[in-house]
Write a protein that binds this ligand. Structure first.
Ligand code: HEM
Ligand SMILES: CC(C)=CCC/C(C)=C/CC/C(C)=C/COP(=O)(O)OP(=O)(O)O
Length: 316
C-alpha cells in the first residue's frame, strides 16, 4: 500500500466510525448518565466505589446508544423528510440499516453482559427494559399515533436513575421512583418546548406532536401545568424522603423558580419561538444542575462543611 492509499484508508475508517458514533445520538447520553450518577450517589450516601460508578455508566452508555441506534433504523423514513434529521447516517445513505441493526445488537449485548457479570442482574434487566420501552412503546406504538406519545414514552428516559439505584443497592425503593417521576414530569416541558420550535417539521411527516394537533396555546398551557407539578415534586426528596439536604434544597428552589418563570412567560407568548427555544435549553440546564446538586449534597464532605458552618452560629 502506498502512503496516499494508507492515508485514504485511514480517512475512510474515520468517516465510518463517525457515522456509527452519530447513530447513537451522543449529545443526549451525558444527561442520561448524570441522572444515573446522581441516583448512585444518593443511594451510597456519596460513597459509591469509582469502579462501580464507571461500570454502571459504561453499561448505561452502551444501552442508550443501542436504543438510539434502533430508533434511527425504525424512523429512517421520517428522518429522511425532516430537515433536522435528514443528515443522519441512515437517511443520508452512509450506513445500511442491516449494519446499524448488527451494531445495535452488539451494543445491547455488551451492555447486558457488563451489567450481569460486573454489576447485578436487576440493573441489567432495567437497562434492557429501557431499550424495549423506548422502541416498542414510544417509537413503535406511540410516536406516530398518539398525542400523548412523549408523555408515556418519557418513561423510557426516566429509567436511568432506577438503573443507578439498582446498581448500588440491588433493589428499588421510594427514592429512585421519585427520581423516575421527576424526569417523567420534566420530559413534557423539555420536549414540547422543542416541538413548538420545530412544529412545521413534525407536521410535514404527520407526527401527532402536541403543537401540531392542539396548537401553540394548548401546548404552552400543558407545559406550564407539567412545570407547576414537577417543581414542587423535586422537594419530596427533602421531605418526607430525607434523601437530600440544604444544598439540593437551595438549588431546587432557585432552579425551579427560573423554570416556572420561563414556562409562565411562554404561556403568555405561546407563538414566540425564541421563548420556546430558551425554555428548551433551560430544561437541559435545569436537569443537569439539579442532578449535580444531588451529587454535591450527598458527599460526606458537604455534610461536614454544613455542620462546621452551623456550629459557628450556635443558637441558644
Ligand atoms: C420521550 C422523551 C424525550 C423526547 C421525545 C426527547 C426529544 C428530544 C429531541 C427531539 C431533541 C433534539 C435532538 C436533536 O436536535 O437531534 C432532544 C434534545 C435533548 N434531549 Fe431530549 N427527549 C426526551 C427525553 C430526554 C431525557 C430523559 C433526557 C436526559 C435526561 C434528554 C436529554 C436531552 C438533551 C441533553 C438534549 C440536547 C442535545 C443537544 O445538545 O443537541 N431528553 N430531546
Ligand atoms: C435505560 C435506557 C437504556 C434508557 C434509554 C432511554 C432513551 C434512549 C431515552 C432518550 C429519549 C429521547 C432523547 C428521545 C428522542 O426522541 P425521538 O427519538 O423522537 O427523537 P428524534 O426526533 O430526534 O429522532
Amino acid at each position: 500500500m502506498t502512503g496516499t492509499q494508507a492515508l485514504r484508508h485511514h480517512d475512510n475508517f474515520l468517516q465510518v466510525a463517525k457515522s456509527y458514533y452519530q447513530l447513537t445520538k451522543p449529545r443526549i447520553i451525558p444527561l442520561l448518565l448524570i441522572t444515573t450518577a446522581a441516583s448512585m450517589e444518593i443511594a451510597s450516601k456519596g460513597q459509591v466505589s469509582p469502579l462501580l460508578l464507571f461500570l454502571t455508566l459504561l453499561g448505561g452508555t452502551l444501552a442508550a446508544a443501542a436504543a438510539q441506534t434502533l430508533n434511527c433504523i425504525y424512523d429512517r423514513d421520517i428522518d429522511h423528510t425532516m430537515l433536522r434529521t435528514r443528515a443522519r447516517p441512515i437517511p443520508s445513505g452512509r450506513v445500511q440499516p442491516l449494519h446499524a441493526l448488527i451494531f445495535a445488537l452488539v451494543l445491547a449485548s455488551l451492555s447486558l453482559a457488563l451489567f450481569v457479570f460486573f454489576v447485578n442482574t436487576l440493573s441489567g434487566f432495567l437497562a434492557m427494559t429501557g431499550i424495549a420501552f423506548y422502541m416498542l412503546i414510544y417509537t413503535h406504538l406511540l410516536k406516530r399515533h398518539s398525542i400523548q406519545n412523549i408523555v408515556i414514552g418519557g418513561a423510557a428516559g426516566s429509567i436511568p436513575p432506577l438503573v443507578g439505584w439498582a446498581a448500588v443497592t440491588g433493589d428499588l425503593g421510594w427514592i429512585p421512583w421519585i427520581l423516575f417521576a421527576i424526569i417523567f414530569l420534566w420530559t413534557p416541558p423539555h420536549f414540547w418546548a422543542l416541538a413548538l420550535m420545530i412544529k412545521d417539521d413534525y407536521a410535514e411527516v404527520d407526527i401527532p406532536m402536541m403543537p401540531v394537533v392542539k396548537g401553540e396555546e394548548a401546548t404552552s398551557e400543558q407545559i406550564w401545568l407539567y412545570t407547576l407539578i414537577v417543581v414542587p415534586f423535586t422537594f419530596l426528596l427533602i421531605y418526607p424522603l430525607a434523601a437530600c439536604g440544604v444544598v439540593y434544597g437551595v438549588a431546587a428552589l432557585v432552579l425551579g423558580f427560573v423554570f416556572l418563570k420561563k414556562a409562565w412567560r411562554l404561556k403568555q407568548n405561546p407563538f414566540d419561538r425564541d421563548m420556546a427555544r430558551s425554555l428548551f435549553k433551560y430544561s437541559i440546564l435545569y436537569m443537569m444542575l439539579l442532578c449535580t446538586a444531588m451529587v454535591i449534597d450527598s458527599l460526606p464532605m458537604t455534610s461536614h462543611l454544613i455542620a462546621t458552618i452551623a456550629s459557628l452560629f450556635p443558637c441558644s
